[in-house]
Design a protein around this ligand. Structure first.
Ligand code: SF4
Length: 147
């Protein structure tokens, strides 16, 4: 969770957008940048994020957050670390996205490296973010996935 997000009290209908913590490959960076696009720009009033590592180590506040808010995970690859860790913490994943899936609509694209996205990479990140924001907005509005 970014520092400013940690200080913010989560509202009841806030949807948590949780990216995996993949490093070393562009997929993890895509999932993180897509999450920040959603929480900082596209659906900032309806979403927030938490640090996956806090969940993995069993941080009480993080575990409580995923148990009481709808979660959307964005994983880099099919290993689905964010989705699995939210589920293991007792949270309910309302929708799971994978950056690798988004590549299918961008065949041949060169998204960049583990540390920097190219223009094509930002296009993919924006595609993912748009789909996540759309989902989060629906959940926040309808409240269907809120526990
Ligand atoms: S989902 Fe894939 S890219 Fe993300 S942390 Fe797990 S293994 Fe790494």
């Amino acid at each position: 969770m970014r520092e400013e997000h940690m200080a913010k009290e989560l509202e009841e209908r806030t949807v948590l957008v949780i990216p995996c913590s993949g490093i070393g490959k562009v997929h993890g960076l895509l999932s993180r940048e897509a999450a920040y696009l959603v929480t900082d720009e596209l659906a900032s009033s309806k979403t927030d994020t938490i640090c996956l590592a806090l969940l993995v180590k069993g941080d009480e506040e993080a575990v409580e957050a995923v148990r009481t808010h709808a979660c959307i995970t964005i994983d880099g690859c099919p290993k689905a670390c964010a989705q699995k860790n939210v589920e293991m913490a007792g949270g309910r994943v309302a929708k799971a996205f994978q950056a690798a899936e988004a590549f299918k609509a961008h065949r041949g694209a060169k998204p960049g490296s583990a540390s920097a996205l190219t223009e094509e990479g930002w296009l993919i990140a924006r595609d993912i973010a748009g789909a996540v924001a759309c989902e989060a907005t629906g959940i926040a509005r309808d409240g269907e996935a809120i526990q």
